[in-house]
Write a protein that binds this ligand. Structure first.
Ligand SMILES: [Zn+2]
Length: 369
């Protein structure tokens, strides 16, 4: 079985102030007992909109695409018609770029969002140019109107407390990084050997580097969403010690752009499955795809779109691409069961690709790698 995250994280989380923590709600009456944990990657044309639905029916939308009718419609369709939701319980904006937070207002108009979380509001000095600042100001003002000033700032170590289902493993949602800060590390943890091969790029001055990083765990399964975290900050997440551990499923950083997806991150988390939320002409860039194809242990790369700018050698196999010809709107879905087994499929009707639990011998061998 995969290790969700090292003892380090569990220890730090239990010690942390957990500012976002609150009394866990009781299990919802009448929720089906055998509902898997579901994760949907809604196609928002190379933005991000990742919908998580827990076995008790509680929902978390991480990012909401652009401020566009088509994006809000697709998110609403998946949330309402596919996942059967009547509200979004939690919305997390990973950072202040339009392809992540700007769609929240239109989504909220279609399906109510109950709680909002973000990295905290930026100051004027956080922007490289006046143009960036002006664009962000208008968008953030609209977001604040939508939240009625009630959004909460996530800090590293916070847990978004979720409703649990009796007899099922705990569903945990943890903030590992926010606004450029990371979960503190304990002194007695061994250094991460993958950091020896770390390479550097110039520091990123944009809001991408400030992205909220979330780790979702359910029994032996774990899912990492790094928002648009970029190269140097990705290294900081796992160096000198690995704050994440191995994960079962990884949403590629920053849509698969080459300014992100530092090999030291991907080597350190060694995902079994990667989902690339790209667009036909955005993301899934060559260096990132080569990195993914070269990391041992990655069983499948799924793409929301085929990258039309590269050839088949730098795209995944056609059957793992949700929107192969530039058409839009098809989503990718993962279903995770209580025993840690999970499957991934395209749309509601696609053939599920199963990822059974690995034998203990294999898991042990790999956890030492
Ligand atoms: Zn983005």
């Amino acid at each position: 079985m995969l290790k969700a995250f090292p003892a380090l994280i569990a220890m730090v989380l239990s010690l942390a102030g957990c500012a976002a923590k609150e009394q866990p709600p009781v299990a919802e009456e009448g929720a089906p007992k055998d509902r898997p944990l579901e994760i949907y990657w809604v196609d928002v044309d190379g933005g991000a909109a990742t919908l998580i639905v827990t076995p008790s029916g509680e929902s978390i939308l991480v990012d909401a695409g652009e401020d566009r009718e088509s994006h809000a419609d697709r998110i609403h369709r998946v949330a309402g018609q596919v996942a059967g939701l009547t509200q979004i319980d939690h919305f997390v904006a990973t950072h202040w770029h339009g392809d992540h937070y700007a769609g929240a207002t239109r989504v909220h108009q279609r399906i109510p969002i109950r709680k909002f979380y973000d990295r905290g509001f930026p100051g004027e000095s956080d922007y490289a140019s006046k143009g960036d600042l002006q664009r962000a100001k208008a968008g953030i003002a609209r977001y604040r109107e939508t939240t009625q000033g009630r959004s909460r700032t996530l800090k590293p170590g916070d847990e978004i407390t979720l409703r649990q289902s009796e007899g099922l493993p705990k569903v945990g949602l943890y903030c590992l990084a926010s606004a450029g800060e990371f979960l503190p590390t304990a002194g007695n943890i061994s250094p991460n050997p993958s950091c020896d091969a770390r390479t550097s790029k110039p520091p990123d001055q944009t809001d991408n580097a400030q992205s909220v990083v979330l780790l979702l765990s359910y029994g032996g399964f774990s899912f990492l969403d790094t928002g648009d975290l970029t190269w140097e900050k990705e290294a900081e997440l796992v160096c000198p010690v690995n704050r994440v551990g191995r994960v079962a499923l990884f949403q590629i950083s920053h849509h698969g752009l080459d300014s992100s997806n530092n090999p030291v991150l991907i080597e350190s988390i060694r995902p079994r499955v990667v989902v690339v939320n790209n667009a036909p002409k955005k993301g899934a860039e060559p260096e990132t795809m080569k990195t993914l194809m070269g990391v041992e242990g990655i069983e499948t790369i799924w793409q929301v779109h085929r990258n039309l700018r590269t050839g088949p050698e730098l795209n995944t196999q056609p059957r793992f691409i949700a929107n192969p010809e530039g058409e839009a709107g098809q989503f990718i879905k993962a279903s995770v069961h209580a025993d840690g087994t999970f499957s991934v499929q395209i749309g509601g009707e696609g053939t599920p690709e199963s990822y059974p639990i690995k034998s203990s011998k294999t898991a042990t061998d790999e956890s030492q790698g």
